[in-house]
Write a protein that binds this ligand. Structure first.
Ligand SMILES: [Zn+2]
Length: 215
């Protein structure tokens, strides 16, 4: 698939999914990334649409501004078909980085609605093997509060990525944060860590459902 000509590294706290390597060839097509909330991304190049960890059902949540949701955190998670239909119109592949509900809950509905093929990952065992020596153009880095449980997470990660990446923070509106406002504070703190660790790196905090195109 065309999208495979570029190196895109997805780094979550739990999993790494290197899709393929960029070839620096003239005339390559722009790559558009759209943040779907939580760790969810839509990645497309005009030919192929890849959805990573879709979880737009979270916008059903009271914390995300929906007043009609129950406070019962023990309720069985159910995909919100209306949110999924509203935000994910097309997909060729759905990539699930790991099997937590906030990464895979919406995948069956997306696959059913679009005909996409679902791709699972080898999971966290790949992290050590894959991280060293990579030189991605764009790194999606898990930036929720749980990163603080990992020793010098941001600076070690930027060193492993050779300091050159454009960083798109992901999974910053994690369920660990009580409100969207708190999530935004968290992602700003993460961005500051990256700027200290790697001053030449561009950190772009994504807006929900707003495509960003990279040439
Ligand atoms: Zn998660």
């Amino acid at each position: 698939m065309m999208i495979g000509r570029r190196l895109l590294l997805i780094v979550a706290i739990f999993a790494v999914v290197p899709i393929s390597a960029f070839a620096k060839v003239p005339g390559r097509e722009p790559l558009t990334l759209t943040y779907l909330g939580n760790a969810g991304w839509q990645i497309e190049d005009g030919h192929t649409v890849i959805i990573v960890d879709p979880y737009v059902s979270q916008f059903h949540d009271k914390r995300m501004g929906n007043p009609n949701t129950s406070d019962d955190i023990d309720e069985v998670p159910v995909p919100d078909e209306a949110q999924i239909a509203a935000h994910i119109a097309r997909a060729d592949f759905v990539v699930i980085t790991h099997s937590h509900s906030d990464h895979m809950l919406d995948a069956p509905s997306v696959a059913k609605g679009t005909g996409a093929v679902i791709i699972g990952s080898e999971g966290s065992a790949n992290i050590e093997r894959e991280m060293t020596g990579l030189n991605p153009d764009i790194a999606l880095i898990g930036s929720g509060a749980s990163r603080k449980e990992i020793y010098r997470y941001s600076s070690r990660l930027m060193k492993a990525l050779d300091d050159r990446a454009i960083v798109l923070p992901t999974h910053w509106d994690s369920y660990a944060n009580a409100t969207v406002e708190k999530s935004r504070d968290e992602v700003q703190a993460f961005s500051a860590e990256i700027r200290v660790a790697s001053p030449h790196t561009r950190v772009i905090v994504p807006e929900y459902f707003k495509p960003m195109t990279f040439n």
